[in-house]
Ligand binder design. Structure first.
Ligand SMILES: [Zn+2]
Length: 281
């Protein structure tokens, strides 16, 4: 992370207060805070304990948290209706249509829609997430003709380099390795990010240390996750780094990590996340 970005984050929290009641690292208006060893120590400490709340985290106030929860419940009802696989690639407009047409889901309220819209357009560096924005429009859609359904996984991959990369990993490791998460459209990223925030009292910064905020995930443009058969949810934990599968992937050069250990992007170490090269944003 460069100094300018880090300072921006420390100072930008004031801009977040319309969305969030915040426990912030206060930054007096106009003050420039330099990045010193203490800042770096704080950063590394919070990343080593990514799943705990930290001073400076952006946390939703009660009314906003209520909106997050009602939007999330509606998204979950849509997911149940369309199925997990289809939900992975569902667009914003399609989600709205499903909600409107199914009385068991119910239309999103105006407040829920503006909450989703605001959350999507929010600058994630305010959370402490420094990854690039990958999708600029909330209504952008994944074209089904560009996708391949991966049998048995309930997930899709983009044709071309992502699919070819996965096929060569399968050739190398066979049944031991499987696709745990492929293409994720905007609504899928919303449900993951909001679920994590809801489970942590509306702490959006904490959520962003494990999950890219909607609009910032490379799963929307080609990256994917793999796991070792039999490891279950532990595939998304540090345990994966100790598996034979992970070791072989590293040896064969597949682990060109998007989020390496002690990265400065504000994202936990993710050895299971396969970075697909040559993604043009
Ligand atoms: Zn991933």
């Amino acid at each position: 992370m460069n100094r300018r970005t880090f300072i921006k984050t420390l100072c930008a929290v004031a801009a977040a207060t319309t969305l969030c009641g915040s426990q912030t690292i206060a930054c007096a208006s106009g003050a420039v805070r330099t990045v010193d060893d203490e800042d770096l120590k704080d950063y590394l400490h919070s990343m080593a304990n990514f799943d705990l709340p930290h001073m400076g985290d952006i946390i939703l106030i009660n009314t906003q948290l209520a909106l997050l929860k009602s939007s999330l419940k509606r998204l979950r009802r849509i997911q149940r209706t369309v199925g997990f696989g289809n939900f992975c690639i569902l667009s914003f407009d399609e989600a709205l249509l499903y909600a409107r047409q199914n009385s068991s889901i119910g239309s999103f309220t105006k407040k829920e829609l503006s909450f989703l819209d605001y959350t999507f357009s929010f600058d994630a560096s305010n959370y402490g997430f420094y990854g690039e924005r990958t999708i600029s429009n909330i209504t952008s859609r994944v074209s089904k003709k560009d996708l391949v359904k991966i049998q048995g996984s309930g997930n899709f991959l983009y044709r071309g380099q992502p699919h070819e990369t996965y096929k060569s990993i399968k050739k190398l490791l066979g049944k031991k390795v499987y696709l745990t998460s492929g293409v994720r459209g905007t609504m899928k990223q919303f449900i993951l990010f909001l679920s994590k925030a809801a489970a942590n009292n509306g702490n959006l910064s904490l959520a962003s240390r494990s999950l890219a905020p909607p609009g910032y995930s490379f799963h929307g443009v080609g990256d994917f996750d793999v796991g070792e058969a039999g490891l279950g949810v532990a595939n998304f934990s540090i345990k994966f780094a100790r598996t034979e599968t992970c070791m072989q992937l590293r040896e064969q050069g597949y682990l060109k990590l998007r989020y390496p250990r002690e990265n400065m992007l504000g994202v936990r170490f993710e050895p299971w996340h396969i970075k697909v090269k040559d993604i043009k944003l």
